[in-house]
Design a protein around this ligand. Structure first.
Ligand code: PLP
Length: 116
């Protein structure tokens, strides 16, 4: 896939919605990391709906990877515009729950063990 993406100069978007449900958190992220290490520009959408069990909280992230850091303001501006058009100020309950879990070593270890 990476060869094809590079050969055709495609702009890939990876949807990683089930991280932790396959072979493990790190193992499931490996293909995405491999693409990100070799393809100059891409979007990665990651969902917390399944691996945190919070389907209705609309929690996840969109990561934009650019080949040049100078592109960041344009990319961020476009994402800000899309955000404003779509939902403006979404609830952040799910994001707060995920942040609390991922920034607390004990909660994070519990979550990882439960996911496994
Ligand atoms: C492959 C895939 N991508 C994305 C989503 C949507 O994720 P979210 O609940 O964060 O919108 C799903 C939901 O089931 C999915 O199966």
């Amino acid at each position: 896939m990476i060869d094809l993406i590079l050969d055709k100069a495609c702009f890939p978007m990876i949807d990683i919605a089930y991280q932790g449900f396959g072979d493990g958190l790190e193992e499931d992220a490996a293909p995405t990391r491999l693409v990100a290490s070799q393809v100059p520009e891409l979007l990665i959408a990651a969902s917390c709906s399944k691996n945190f069990g919070i389907y209705r909280e609309r929690t996840g992230l969109l990561m934009a990877i650019s080949k040049d850091a100078a592109d960041t303001p344009v990319t961020q501006g476009n994402l800000n515009h899309l955000n404003r058009q779509n939902f403006s100020f979404p609830p952040d309950h799910g994001a707060r729950v995920v942040t609390k879990i991922l920034t607390d070593p004990e909660l994070k270890a519990d979550w990882m063990a439960e996911l496994e």
